[in-house]
Design a protein around this ligand. Structure first.
Ligand SMILES: [Zn+2]
Ligand SMILES: [Zn+2]
Length: 311
């Protein structure tokens, strides 16, 4: 499981920064969060193949988060995308995509499942598989905006092989059944319950994507105990007035969200074009939340593996 931040710029283009987008790779799944203009090129540099994308999650309709989507769909069409693409975002998303000449309902050779969020929604599970779920919550920005949280489902606990053996379990299929939470009956008739040999389930790994927004309840809930929180930090605290005006967060505020939510690690991004040097943002955030980094485009942030723990 790993995250690649593709863009850390905010509204204005900057020579060395790109518009908002982040890719989460989880086993076979590829999830794209936001799709600002130029995202495709950053995907190429990051080694993400567009035909592999399973779902796209758009936070809001500001161009720096959204204007890359049409180009991406066009490329996926040329590459004969064969999956079933899910696109999640604010109400009006499907209409916006289909209004693009050439991308009308019959213009794309593959199907899109749109999940549209309505203003005033509280919480919604917008994508789910056997292994993980993605939840959306409203944020607080100048237009309707949603943040997202990826959460792996709890993993089975550790199987105590010695103990299982002592109880007479020798069959590999029985080990697997116990680990999956099923009781097994041994040849002699003894029933072994999973609780006897398997430890408590391990919590899954989580990632929260919170941009663009003022610090808010939705952001804190998405970030709760997240292994990795990406939170916008458009300004430093001395520009708080500007942050309030444009409904963005300062680095200090982003760090306060991470702290209140007890997130484990914070990446700040969505930097205003005024900051050529990001050090002041980092220093400010670290005063509140030590484990902060400025998001680095194209770097891979790897989540500690739960699956690799010894059984
Ligand atoms: Zn933005
Ligand atoms: Zn915005």
């Amino acid at each position: 499981m790993e995250l690649t931040i593709l863009g850390t710029a905010s509204a204005m283009p900057v020579r060395d920064r790109h518009f908002s987008a982040a890719v989460l790779r989880y086993e076979g799944a590829v999830l794209l969060f936001d799709c600002g203009e130029g995202t495709q090129f950053q995907m190429l540099r990051a080694g993400v193949k567009s035909p592999r994308i399973d779902a796209v999650f758009i936070t809001h309709f500001h161009g720096d988060h959204f204007y890359g989507l049409v180009g991406l769909l066009s490329t996926m069409s040329l590459l004969r995308y064969e999956g079933r693409l899910r696109i999640v975002g604010p109400r009006g998303l499907a209409a916006a995509v289909y209004a693009t000449p050439g991308l009308g309902r019959n213009g794309l050779p593959f199907e899109i499942e749109f999940v549209e969020l309505d203003e005033g929604f509280g919480r919604a599970v917008v994508y789910e598989t056997d292994a993980f779920a993605v939840t959306a919550r409203p944020l607080e920005h100048s237009i309707f905006t949603a943040g997202y949280r990826f959460e792996e489902k709890p993993r089975p606990g550790t199987l105590d092989v010695e103990k299982a053996r002592a109880l007479g379990v020798t069959d590999y299929a029985h080990y697997r059944a116990l680990k999956a939470g099923h009781a097994v009956t041994l040849p002699g008739g003894r029933v072994v319950a999973p609780e006897e040999v398997v430890g408590p389930p391990k919590p899954g790994r989580s990632f929260a994507y919170v941009t663009d927004t003022r610090p808010c309840e939705g952001g804190r809930l998405l970030a709760r105990e997240a292994d990795l929180l990406y939170h916008e930090a458009t300004f430093t605290e001395d520009r708080l007035e500007r942050a309030l005006e444009t409904k963005h967060a300062t680095a200090r505020e982003a760090a306060a969200v991470a702290k209140a939510a007890r997130a484990k690690r914070l990446l700040i991004g969505h930097f205003s074009a005024r900051y050529a040097d990001l050090e002041p943002l980092l220093i400010e955030a670290r005063e509140v939340f030590e484990n902060t980094e400025t998001a680095e485009e194209l770097r891979r942030y790897v989540f500690e593996s739960v699956a690799e723990e010894k059984t």
